[in-house]
Design a protein around this ligand. Structure first.
Ligand SMILES: Cc1cc2nc3c(=O)[nH]c(=O)nc-3n(C[C@H](O)[C@H](O)[C@H](O)COP(=O)(O)OP(=O)(O)OC[C@H]3O[C@@H](n4cnc5c(N)ncnc54)[C@H](O)[C@@H]3O)c2cc1C
Length: 635
């Protein structure tokens, strides 16, 4: 690699939002957000890093994909790579475990879309979980989703289980304008602002906001900047927001679908995983601006063990985890919730980042994210269900028979009159490879769990699993069959104190760069690092940070394309404007329709339900066209 004379000039994470597209003789790289096969090149090896050792702190998807990119694009021998993981299992937040007898557990499910560019870049190379060679995880994923398109027929419910009309966003003109203004706003002007600072009460109560906040797990006091990034990132998906037809889902839970094949592939190549190893700190030599990690300070079996680094060795650190310090409960036990302002952000998984931040401001401000659990926590519950009154009710909301192996609820069903803002989903079953035929695994979560329930007069964290079932049954209008439901449902609850900590209001510099200024052998990856335009709370963004870290540290002659450019596609922009107005057109749609009708570009216009915008401009266009036609006839 690094064989071209230009390589030192490579911007490894180009920012499309700051770049005018042009062809100039000095640039050898594709456009900043050009996605595609041209990016799949492998550079010539220069042997520079063949003896480098790589230590990766954290075996979540960010860590695992770092190893993949060190091997694929850095050509570092897999045997030189070691994971240091505090837990005794790999995968981090991508979990999935248990069995039908004692109950399965998934702390979350994974909504995904076609534009997980880095994620698919990697998974097209990872051998499939179940299909034989040469199928990849991507191939397997496509076979499932191409044959079973996701959608929902009961996205919102209320009034004890009644399906609510979810066909409309219901945004006033003023609220649509507020969305447009946010899209137009400069990112640097949004530091530390919250969503409720920007949007009106009516917006926050609209169907649109119900769809958005429950699907992506935003709370009103969280970062406006992050919401803006989300609007750009998923602009193309907006017309599939209400019925969730913009989503694709894995076949099984995320651990079995993604982590197992990736970990297996890496281990077969020779990568080592060292469990129960907490990294506490890094010993960094700072000379002027230059920062070199000399030692990794770990805790193993209660003792401190240092790992010395040589020239040319590298360290990748996952700076924190959204599932750090998860507390669990079951049918009869509520999770132990003992978080205070004093102990927030002090658990082992936060230590490295907390310690790094003390060394230099280039490492950001972890306290902006981990010091107030009350603003970042929520809870989920996994239900392992035998046939019951609950399963019968579920069938009413399902697009296919829950036992058919096809899409069931097609994503979350949100209960709009639930004090907890409760949602639940039944993904394709079986959700675990070993799941018996008569069992369904269902996921429940609540955004505002600190309110008292509508039926159970407790906050969600105060509740046992059975009490959560009671609250759910009440909202479905089947509380009179609660005994039958409890008898047939195993509940595992997870209280995740930092689950939306990445969404908390932030300003420039709060999150460190992937390779912070001056660092020569340290890369930071995961959900708490800066990227130009990508969003948090996705697997894709964790993989992106890993790829950036590898390219920057190795000064590779490759770049990580910016997010998929669909947001700049006029078709998606027009469609989004129309969808925000519930299909009734947008200012200028009448005239555009007249200008483009019967032309090559006619298809770029979205379908508009009626011409209510045939106003002044359209009338003027008609007059102009009339004059033009009149002139032609006269000639
Ligand atoms: C409930 C839930 C729902 C989600 N929904 C979606 C979704 O719909 N779509 C989507 O794309 N994404 C979703 N995500 C997000 C996605 O799962 C995460 O973004 C991604 O898995 C994060 O990966 P990571 O490797 O960055 O961090 P993690 O997976 O959190 O991994 C961090 C790892 O580092 C280890 N670690 C941390 N510090 C140390 C230390 N000091 N020493 C040793 N080990 C350490 C941790 O133990 C952990 O294993 C969801 C996540 C959750 C929890």
């Amino acid at each position: 690699m690094n064989t071209t004379e230009n390589h030192r000039k490579v911007n490894h994470q180009p920012d499309a939002s700051q770049t005018r597209l042009q062809n100039v003789p000095t640039n050898t790289m594709p456009f900043p957000d050009q996605i595609g096969n041209y990016q799949r090149n492998i550079g010539l090896p220069d042997g520079k890093f063949k003896d480098s050792k790589v230590y990766i702190v954290g075996s979540g998807i960010a860590g695992l994909s770092s190893a993949y990119y060190f091997i694929r694009d850095g050509q570092i021998p897999a045997g030189n790579i070691t994971f240091l993981e505090q837990l005794n299992i790999e995968g981090g937040s991508l979990d999935g475990s248990g069995n039908a007898e004692t109950g399965y557990i998934i702390r979350g499910g994974r909504e995904m879309d076609f534009t997980y560019e880095n994620f698919w870049d990697m998974f097209q190379d990872i051998p499939a979980l179940e299909l034989p060679k040469p199928y990849s995880v991507l191939d397997e994923y496509r076979i499932v989703n191409d044959n079973d398109r996701n959608h929902s027929k009961a996205r919102l419910i209320h009034n004890k289980g009644e399906v609510k009309d979810f066909s409309k966003f219901g945004l006033s003109k003023k609220d649509q304008l507020a969305v447009m203004k946010l899209l137009l706003a400069k990112k640097e002007n949004l530091d530390d602002l919250t969503i409720e600072d920007w949007f009106s009460e009516t917006f926050l109560e609209s169907n649109f906001w119900w769809f958005w906040r429950t699907m992506f797990a935003f709370e009103n006091w969280q970062s406006l900047l992050e919401l803006k990034l989300y609007f750009h990132r998923f602009l193309h998906a907006i017309d599939g927001l209400n019925d969730l037809s913009s989503l694709v889902f894995p076949k099984y839970n995320q651990y079995d679908t993604f982590v197992v094949p990736l970990r297996k592939h890496l281990q077969e190549l020779g990568v080592k995983i060292q469990f129960e190893t907490v990294v506490k700190d890094l010993d960094i030599e700072i000379t002027g601006d230059k920062k070199i990690v000399r030692n990794i300070i770990t805790e193993q079996n209660g003792s401190e063990v240092n790992i010395a680094l040589r020239e040319n060795d590298f360290v990748i650190v996952t700076t924190g985890s959204m599932t750090e310090d998860t507390r669990y409960g079951d049918n009869v036990t509520a999770p132990l919730v003992d978080f205070t302002k004093e102990n927030s952000g002090k658990s082992k998984g936060w230590t490295v980042w907390n310690n790094l931040a003390k060394k230099s401001k280039v490492f950001g401000k972890p306290e902006k994210f981990n010091s107030d659990v009350s603003k970042s926590a929520w809870m989920s519950a996994t239900l392992t269900c035998k046939p019951s009154a609950f399963v019968e009710k579920l069938k009413e909301y399902s697009v296919n028979d829950p036992y058919s192996g096809k899409t069931v609820t097609g994503g979350i069903i949100s209960i709009t009159d639930s004090n907890w803002v409760m949602s639940f989903t039944c993904n394709r079953q079986p959700h675990f490879p070993n799941q018996p035929d008569d069992v369904l695994v269902i996921w429940v979560y609540a955004l505002l769990m600190d309110e008292k329930g509508n039926y159970v007069q407790k906050t969600m964290p105060e509740c046992t699993g059975n009490e959560i079932l009671a609250e759910l049954a009440y909202h479905l209008g089947i509380e009179n069959q609660l005994d039958n439901i409890i008898q047939n449902t195993i509940v595992k609850t997870s209280y995740m104190p930092y689950i939306t900590s990445m969404f908390l209001p932030r300003a420039k510099g709060d999150r460190p760069q992937v390779v912070p200024d001056g660092c020569v052998n340290l890369g930071l990856v995961g959900q708490f690092v800066e990227t130009n335009n990508d969003v948090v709370f996705t697997m894709e963004s964790s993989v992106r940070t890993a790829r950036i870290a590898v390219y920057e540290l190795l000064d590779s002659n490759k770049q990580v394309p910016d997010i998929n450019p669909l947001q700049y596609d006029i078709r998606h922009l027009l469609k989004a404007a129309n969808t925000l107005n519930d299909g009734k057109g947008f200012p200028g749609s009448g005239i555009l329709n007249k200008v483009l009708k019967n032309t090559y570009f006619e298809h770029i216009l979205p379908e508009i339900s009626h011409d209510e915008h045939d106003g002044f401009f359209a009338q003027q266009w008609d007059k102009l066209k009339g004059l033009f036609e009149h002139k032609q006839e006269g000639e």
